[in-house]
Design a protein around this ligand. Structure first.
Ligand code: URA
Length: 283
């Protein structure tokens, strides 16, 4: 193989990885362009693949209509977190499951008063099976520690529990498919407040089109099926964003102070349970 051919092949591989094709699904390559069904050019179905409904007919976020939503049943039937985990493990409707290594269910206390909700597992989480263990997770640990919190005091989950290939943003359909499980998770833990880490968590649980920059730092009341009354939610920047934009840590710090203030004022935790231990700008 010449140097030019090798360079061209590597460039093509890099492009595919950039587009998210970073997992091998089949032993042999499938030429989808060559497949013909009924005389028409049709992509060949991957064995075992589920045909997804287009996002346009997926339920509108963030509310779910229990009557119309096909995924509400297995989630809603779960009476415990263990049953919810089993229900998710047996849930085959979300295509992300087929490319992920494993389910990344949750971390932290099952009766936590504060729940942190991220977007989706990344490569490290996919390998280890726990949310927020990679670089963004290490920053999240430091952010929590800055106001005296740790994984033993909070619950940590993601909007989708499987890693999207190439770390792409989960689609509306994938979010809608997993949302009943997230709702059930929240209803079973019954936290006093939730912290929405980044735009995807906000989009899933608050809805609307407003960006995280406008929403961050302001408490919202969200509706969660199975929970009576509204639930207080604080949007803030995602730690992965803060790693890319360290100057935004100043605003994230203000949000953490607001979280601490609310927790102490509402007696979720005492002042002595939420001692300042380190500052997040210390990297
Ligand atoms: N980013 C997330 O949103 N969740 C994780 O678990 C890791 C990175």
């Amino acid at each position: 193989m010449t140097g030019d051919t090798r360079a061209a092949l590597l460039a093509s591989l890099a492009l595919q990885a950039e587009w998210g094709a970073d997992e091998a699904l089949l032993e042999t390559p499938a030429d989808h362009m060559a497949a013909r069904v009924g005389g028409r050019d049709m992509p060949e179905a991957v064995p075992g693949a589920t045909v997804l409904r287009p996002a346009s007919i997926a339920p509108a976020l963030p509310g779910t209509d229990p009557g119309a939503h096909p995924h509400t049943e297995p989630a809603g039937a779960a009476a415990t977190l263990a049953a919810l985990r089993d229900a998710l493990a047996g849930f085959d409707q979300c295509a992300l499951k087929r490319t992920a290594t494993q389910l990344v269910f949750a971390d932290g206390a099952e009766d936590a008063r504060i729940m942190f909700i991220g977007e989706a597992p990344g490569a490290e989480e996919d390998r280890v099976g726990r949310p927020f263990v990679g670089p963004a997770g290490q920053l999240l640990d430091r952010m929590m520690a800055s106001i005296g919190l740790d994984r033993g005091k909070v619950r940590i989950v993601n909007v989708v529990p499987w890693r999207p290939p190439g770390n792409r943003t989960p689609s509306e359909t994938e979010i809608a498919q997993c949302l009943p499980f997230l709702h059930r998770h929240i209803a079973l833990v019954r936290p006093a407040v939730v912290v929405l880490l980044g735009a995807v968590a906000v989009r899933a649980l608050v809805g609307g089109k407003e960006g995280i920059t406008r929403l961050r730092g302001k408490w919202r009341e969200i509706e969660v099926p199975g929970l009576e009354g509204g639930l207080r939610a604080l949007p803030t920047y995602h730690p992965a964003f803060l790693l890319r934009q360290p100057e935004a840590k100043r605003l994230a710090w203000a949000d953490l102070l607001e979280l601490r203030r609310e927790c102490v004022e509402s007696c979720i935790y005492g002042e002595s349970d939420m001692l300042f231990t380190q500052v997040i700008t210390k990297s």
